[in-house]
Design a protein around this ligand. Structure first.
Ligand code: NAP
Length: 278
């Protein structure tokens, strides 16, 4: 029988721990404040921003919300980030991605002060992670480490295979598993003999952005499978990169979609706001 790794429950535990911590900080006269900036009115971004604000409210983190019109130019956005960088009452800045096409996303991410970059996307934080120094860590992979640890799954010495090499999931995931002393292989679209590699994995993390791509033929008997993908099928039902029904019976533990990795991302963002670097 396989274990279902319950991201909903674990993320709630983390949020409740953070709530206590924030109450303690408040008693010492200290507060936490996240500035959330959204440019334009992409409906999906609107939902994400709202969820982040709600999580702040639950935990007791102050939040400042900047909803800028679609036609906001790069200079105006950079000016706002510059102001937030210098505000002592703001300890985290998040610009919801994607920004409209006329704004250079890289320039925006570079403008956020690394010590306020709670998303962990600034090159300084990415660099710190890769050389083993403290820094903000990208929230989704940081959440996956918490899912594993809090489910009693050991990483040290394990064969870990990460499918995907994006800057926000695959690469930081590989770095974090390495930091936990896993033996890590990263696969991508040019990888040859993919199944041979994934079948070696004690811990398999799928972040390829292809619905139900991973079936039982990719998975070793008894592996732990973490599904990062989020897709909506034709019936508007959510599914992941892993074909859960095919894979689950062969696993020792697996994350469902929804209710696995998804809820951890916001919990770790909140953790970054409260605790700073990981
Ligand atoms: P991405 O930027 O599209 O990266 C996908 C990666 O998968 C790339 O490195 C790509 O290789 C690789 N890939 C694509 N097809 C492949 C194949 N057939 N075989 C092997 N590798 C293949 O995606 P992402 O941003 O990392 O996100 C991945 C998934 O996670 C998406 O479904 C996304 O919606 C989801 N996601 C979820 C959360 C959450 O909170 N749960 C957060 C972020 C993302 P190349 O580099 O060679 O192109």
């Amino acid at each position: 029988m396989y274990q279902i790794i319950d991201g909903k429950k674990i993320s709630q535990e983390i949020k409740d721990e953070l709530k206590e911590q924030v109450a303690q900080l408040k008693a010492e006269g200290k507060s936490r404040c996240l500035a959330v900036v959204q440019v334009g009115n992409d409906p999906a971004s609107g939902v994400y921003v709202n969820n982040k604000k709600k999580a702040c409210e639950y935990i007791g983190i102050d939040s400042l919300s900047y909803e800028l019109p679609e036609e906001t130019n790069e200079e105006e956005l950079l000016k706002l980030i510059g102001e937030l960088n210098t505000r002592e009452d703001v300890n985290g800045i998040l610009v919801q991605l994607p920004v409209p096409k006329h704004i250079d996303e890289e320039k925006i991410l570079l403008a956020i002060a690394p010590e306020k970059d709670v998303d962990g996307f600034h090159p300084v934080n990415v660099g710190n992670l890769s050389i083993g120094r403290p820094g903000y860590v990208s929230c989704t992979p940081a959440g996956i480490i918490q899912l594993l640890k809090r489910s009693g799954i050991e990483i040290e010495g394990k064969e870990c295979v990460v499918l995907g090499r994006s800057n926000i999931v695959g690469k930081p995931m590989a770095m974090l598993l390495l930091r936990e002393n896993g033996t890590v292989t990263v696969c991508h679209s040019r990888t040859k003999n993919l199944k041979e590699i994934t079948k070696r994995a004690d811990i398999l993390v799928a972040a390829i952005g292809k619905p139900k791509f991973i079936d039982a033929s990719y998975v070793k008997e008894g592996a732990v499978v973490i599904d990062v993908g989020i897709h909506r099928n034709e019936n508007n039902k959510l599914c992941g990169d892993v074909d859960f029904d095919s894979v689950a019976p062969h696993c020792s533990a697996i994350t469902p979609v929804p209710g696995g990795v998804g809820p951890m991302t916001i919990a770790m963002l909140m953790n970054n706001c409260v605790n700073g670097v990981l």
